[in-house]
Design a protein around this ligand. Structure first.
Ligand code: ZN
Ligand code: FE
Ligand code: FE
Ligand code: ZN
Length: 265
């Protein structure tokens, strides 16, 4: 059983294609389930250049999912997901949005530390001259709060702070452990996200170091390509599945209306 729970569409303004394009590709590569998880709206048009509006959600995203379920339901299970930001100050807006919709799962991602969009290419220069260790401390503290917020089912690209290949010059194992403890304590699932292989860091999220902690704490895993182009659906899943065998006992978690179930790959 294989799923890809992390896909985007052109509605986020930095991706291509419709939900149908991703679902067609998922059928082609032989997935059992595919979930769309485009970037969710934020209040007051915040970061509007990277996400759909509430109007676009209602007018396009939601109906696209219904359409493909009707059209391809016999060939593949299509899950209705969303990638929501953990952004202090927007929790009430996001909670309301998530409660008003019957999502199958919600991926929670930390993309911002204050005003710094950490994985945005145009911000790479801001890593220079920063204390990278402090940035990691701040990132994993925010991730901990995200886990404790109760908003999400899945932790998105859980060590995305490494995206441009900047690494702390000090040991930060305690910080990782602390964050993973919060993830476990709040009953979240971590995705193995292959998109890091296509980024400057050239490494899957999370790192093997984190996956060791995940195995030890028995944190459940799921799978996502984080594709922003249909051709990336299921990309590098041979490597991801190997990690599931090694660190997740060969099991992944799937979701239905935010109820989870563990299945063997
Ligand atoms: Zn994106
Ligand atoms: Fe993301
Ligand atoms: Fe994403
Ligand atoms: Zn993402």
């Amino acid at each position: 059983m294989t799923v890809d729970y992390h896909t985007h569409t052109r509605l986020c303004k930095h991706g291509e294609g419709t939900v149908e394009d991703y679902v067609r590709k998922a059928i082609e590569v032989g997935l059992d389930e595919v979930g769309c998880s485009d970037h969710s709206p934020l209040p007051d048009g915040f970061d509007g250049e990277h996400r759909m509006t509430l109007e676009e959600f209602t007018e396009f995203y939601r109906p696209w999912v219904d359409e493909v379920r009707e059209k391809f339901g016999k060939k593949i299970k299509v899950k209705f997901g969303i990638e929501a930001d953990y952004l202090p100050g927007t929790e009430a807006f996001t909670r309301k949005f998530l409660n008003e919709n019957d999502f199958d799962y919600v991926i929670g991602s930390v993309h911002f530390l204050g005003d710094l969009g950490i994985d945005s290419r145009k911000n790479v220069y801001r890593y220079d001259g920063q204390d990278v260790y402090e940035l990691y401390v701040q990132y994993f503290a925010t991730l901990k709060n995200a886990a404790a917020s109760g908003l999400f089912d899945i932790v998105g690209h859980c060590d995305v702070v490494k995206v441009f290949g900047y690494r702390p010059d000090r040991d930060y194992d305690d910080i990782l452990r602390d964050a993973m403890k919060a993830i476990k304590g709040n009953d979240l699932v971590v995705e193995i996200n292959t998109s890091g292989l296509r980024k400057p860091v050239r490494e899957i999220y999370p790192s093997e170091k984190i996956l060791e902690i995940i195995r030890e704490m028995r944190i459940p895993l799921t799978l996502g390509s984080d594709s922003h182009r249909p051709e990336d659906v299921g990309r590098d899943f041979d490597l991801a599945l190997e990690l599931v065998r090694k660190f997740g006992d060969g099991k992944i978690t799937i979701f239905d209306k935010r109820k989870r179930q563990e299945v063997s790959i």
